[in-house]
Structure formats: structure tokens, C-alpha cells
Design a protein around this ligand. Structure first.
Ligand code: ADP
Ligand code: MG
Length: 318
């Protein structure tokens, strides 16, 4: 349903999104999890045609967003990080306004009533948006996003700033909507993606660092291990040799020393212990190991940071 290929967005020298690729199948609910500044909003704004990419492309239902912007916009409902609500309008006026804006062709009255039923705002139809609570405003934003019955809905941090009860309500609403639609939602809260999504993409510093089914995410991440190895040997040969070792998913030089040795970071996947093969490979080449330390992976650090943030937030809400 959604296909993103090598998407990149640069602001000057900085990469907000750096060469990301992923697919979302019809009917999936996919979570975009990452700390603040990771590139979640940028990706979503590109997917919905609100922002242009520097390179790469995004397709929705086989249509390239740049080539068919209007057709794509019709297929996607979008709840931006700050929903563009008109505070002086009533809920009904607002939804009618969005209806016109989207040039919707469904039966106006029936469709708007149906939406209000789905997002449970029937009893606020005639109230001014200004007078609604944050939770209700969010529902109105979601109602606006589903005008026209889009097949895909994209939610950018849909529960940000809501109280715990409202968070639970909005999450169950999203799950409900996801029964018949394809959904992408972004959040920096791990428990949120776990509660709502079938699949989780973890994004950090503009790159996708994990793409796993929700039930596998923890073991996938906790399974990764990082080694810091100080090796005495020519970097130009040692690094490619490390990368070739079965189970190594990442290797790089962290620091070079004056004596020609260097500190390498090596990450391995899912509990594959790469220490022995690394030792034999280095021994064969007469590249001595000066030291070796086992660390959690970067991914685990990111994971811990999102968990911690969620816990900090939960604590602050008490
Ligand atoms: P997230 O939604 O995950 O918090 P964003 O996609 O908003 O992250 O931002 C990703 C990175 O791009 C951040 O470092 C942010 O500062 C930068 N960025 C976003 N918008 C702009 C902009 N208009 N100009 C310059 N940098 C930007
Ligand atoms: Mg954001």
C-alpha cells in the first residue's frame, strides 16, 4: 500500500531523513518509534505530500506522490502533530469545511454523521472547537482526517499532550479505525506502539534502525550486542574482514591510535556470538587483540532512551 524508497530530506548540510526505505502492506498498523528529532514528522509530511523530499521516492497504492499529488492526497487521511483546527468553528462547520476542501463526493450529511459516530463526537457537533477539551479536539482532528474515507491514515504523535484516560480512548479509536484501514502512526513512546501496532519501525537520526513485528521487537533489539575491540592491524584490511564475519551487522572504526592500532565497534545480531570467529580471523592474519569489551548495542541505547522517556512522562502525569 505504501512504498518508500531511499527517501532523503536535507536541510542544508543536515539530514532530517537519511536514505530510508520501507513498505507498509494493506491493512497493517505500523508504528514509527523514535526519540524527538529522529525524523518521524519529516517522513510523515513527505508521505502526505506536505513536504518535498531531497531525493528518493514514496508511492501510495502504486502512485508516486510527486507525479499524482492530488490522487494520493485523496487516499490519505493525515493528522499532523498540531492539527489545523479552526477554533471559531463548530465541529459540524469544521467537518463540512474539510468536506468541501477535500471535494468529497459521499453523501454529505450521512458521511459526516457517520464519522462523528465512529470517533464518538456526536454530542459535540454543535459546540465550538475552542470550548472542547484537548482529547475532544484530537477526536475532531481525527474526524477531519477520515473525511472522504481514505484507505490510509497517518497519525503524527496522536496522543501527545493528552491525559492518561484520553490516551487510552484515542489508542482504542486508532485500533478500531485500523480494522479496515492501513495506518501509520508516530510516537516516541514505546508502550504506545506496543499497544496499537502490528509492526514497529524504529527511527533514529534519520535512519531506520529496526523493522520488526511488535511481538519480536524486544528480543530483536535486546539480542543485538556490541563489541568494542582494540586491534593492532591495518585498518583498511581489518575493517572489511570484520564486516565479512557471519552475524556481524555493523562494524566501524571508533578511534585510531598513533601506533597504527584502532578501536573498532562491531555489532552482531540476535545472540550470534561473533567473538570466536573474530578471534580466529584476527589470529590468522596476525592482528593482535589489545582489548575487547562487550556493550549493549546502539539500538538498545535508543530503545532504553525511548522507554525511559515514556516512563518519565508517565511519572510526570501522576
Ligand atoms: P521528529 O518528528 O522525529 O521529532 P522531525 O522530523 O521533526 O523529528 O525532525 C528531524 C530533524 O530535522 C530534527 O533534527 C529537526 O531539527 C530537523 N528539522 C525539521 N524541520 C526542519 C526545518 N524546517 N529546518 C531545519 N531543520 C529541520
Ligand atoms: Mg515530530
Amino acid at each position: 500500500m505504501i512504498k518508500v524508497e531511499h527517501l532523503t530530506k536535507q536541510y542544508g548540510e543536515r539530514y532530517a531523513v537519511n536514505d530510508i526505505s520501507f513498505e507498509v502492506k494493506k491493512g497493517e498498523i505500523v508504528g514509527f518509534l523514535g526519540p524527538n528529532g529522529a525524523g518521524k514528522s519529516t517522513t510523515m509530511n513527505i508521505l502526505t505530500g506536505y513536504l518535498s523530499s531531497t531525493s528518493g521516492r514514496a508511492m501510495v497504492d502504486g502512485l508516486d506522490i510527486l507525479e499524482h499529488p492530488l490522487a494520493v492526497k485523496k487516499k490519505i487521511g493525515f493528522l499532523p502533530e498540531t492539527p489545523p483546527l479552526y477554533l471559531e468553528m463548530t465541529v459540524k462547520e469544521y467537518l463540512n469545511f474539510i468536506y468541501d476542501l477535500k471535494k468529497c463526493t459521499l453523501n454529505r450529511k450521512e458521511h459526516i454523521e457517520e464519522i462523528c459516530r465512529v470517533v464518538k463526537i456526536e454530542d459535540t457537533m454543535n459546540r465550538m472547537i475552542r470550548n472542547l477539551s484537548k482529547g475532544y479536539r484530537q477526536r475532531v482532528g481525527i474526524a477531519g482526517a477520515i473525511v472522504g474515507n481514505p484507505e490510509v491514515i497517518i497519525f503524527d504523535e496522536p496522543t501527545n499532550g493528552l491525559d492518561p484516560k484520553q490516551i487510552i480512548d484515542i489508542r482504542s479509536l486508532i485500533r478500531e479505525l485500523g480494522k479496515e484501514r492501513t495506518i501509520i502512526l508516530s510516537t516516541h513512546i514505546l508502550s504506545e506502539v506496543k499497544a496499537v501496532c502490528d509492526r514497529i519501525l524504529i527511527i533514529n537520526e534519520g535512519k531506520i534502525v529496526a523493522d520488526e513485528k511488535t511481538e519480536n521487537i524486544e528480543s530483536a533489539i535486546r539480542g543485538n550486542r556490541r563489541l568494542n575491540i582494540h586491534i593492532d592491524g591495518p585498518t583498511a584490511s581489518v575493517l572489511p574482514a570484520l564486516k565479512k564475519i557471519n552475524g556481524v551487522i555493523y562494524a566501524n572504526v571508533a578511534q585510531k591510535y598513533e601506533d597504527g592500532s584502532a578501536l573498532y565497534i562491531v555489532e552482531s545480531k540476535n545472540n550470534i556470538d561473533v567473538r570466536k570467529p573474530i578471534f580466529y580471523m584476527l589470529a590468522q592474519n596476525s592482528w593482535p587483540i589489545m582489548s575487547l569489551a562487550i556493550k549493549g548495542s546502539d539500538l538498545e541505547d535508543i530503545f532504553i532512551s525511548v522507554v525511559d522517556e515514556a516512563e518519565a512522562q508517565a511519572a510526570s502525569e501522576k
